[in-house]
Design a binder for this molecule. Structure first.
Ligand SMILES: CC(C)(COP(=O)(O)OP(=O)(O)OC[C@H]1O[C@@H](n2cnc3c(N)ncnc32)[C@H](O)[C@@H]1OP(=O)(O)O)[C@@H](O)C(=O)NCCC(=O)NCCS
Length: 187
């Protein structure tokens, strides 16, 4: 997937006011995504349509980024991760290797917006963050833990635990999750 630049701002004259809009180029069948020139994208990364990768972001090899995902400046994503469509990774988020971030999940970085001091979420290796989960700024998601869909995570999640709800609480272990997954896959 190649990156493209947005076109020059085009001024559209309006009798009552001037409206500034951006022309978005379409290259053949391909629609654009926006990847900063200073982002470091490793070989083998796949980035789908309309995704945004900001300045100084780093994306490790084999990682896949879905449509409309927003990966902001100074975000680090490790190797072989799956960042699903519409996920929002705020500036300073740090994601390990083999992490799954589900559709529409939100990693925040400002506890009292709009403040002057941002702190990123850390997601350790092998963690799974399910669809629509929201993670508080500065929280650490432990290795191989699972955050259930729609959960609101306000505190650090221990490694190998599944947490769900608002506020998210542990319900069972990753081992149990793997048992359930295996049983699901085999039926
Ligand atoms: C975390 C997850 C796997 C748990 O599913 P599960 O093992 O079937 O959960 P269980 O039915 O055993 O739930 C245990 C308890 O937690 C509750 N619970 C389960 N998932 C919950 C969630 N996401 N939020 C709040 N409560 C939840 C259940 O209602 C149940 O409560 P009870 O004991 O009072 O009845 C599931 O919620 C999830 O997030 N799946 C991933 C979906 C997803 O995002 N896919 C991404 C690609 S589309």
């Amino acid at each position: 997937m190649r990156s493209t630049k947005l076109g020059r701002p085009k001024i559209i004259q309006n009798p009552r006011k001037t409206v500034r809009s951006l022309e978005i180029p379409v290259i053949g069948e391909q629609v654009p995504n926006q990847i900063s020139k200073s982002a470091k994208i490793a070989p083998g990364v796949k980035i789908w349509n309309f995704a945004y990768v900001g300045p100084n972001a780093q994306i490790g090899s084999g990682t896949k980024i879905g449509s409309l995902a927003h990966i902001d400046y100074n975000v680090k994503v490790g190797e072989n991760c799956k960042i699903e469509g519409l996920a929002y990774l705020a500036p300073l988020s740090s994601i390990g290797n083999n992490v799954f971030i589900g559709p529409g999940a939100v990693l925040t970085n400002d506890p009292y917006p709009p403040s002057q001091r941002m702190v990123g979420v850390v997601v350790e290796d092998g963690a799974i963050i399910c669809a629509g989960a929201v993670i508080k700024a500065g929280v650490r998601i432990g290795s191989k833990s699972v955050v259930g869909m729609g959960s609101v995570v306000t505190k650090d999640v221990p490694p190998n635990m599944v947490v769900v709800g608002n506020p998210a609480k542990p319900v069972y272990t990753r081992e149990e999750y793997e048992r359930k997954k295996k049983s699901w896959d085999s039926t």
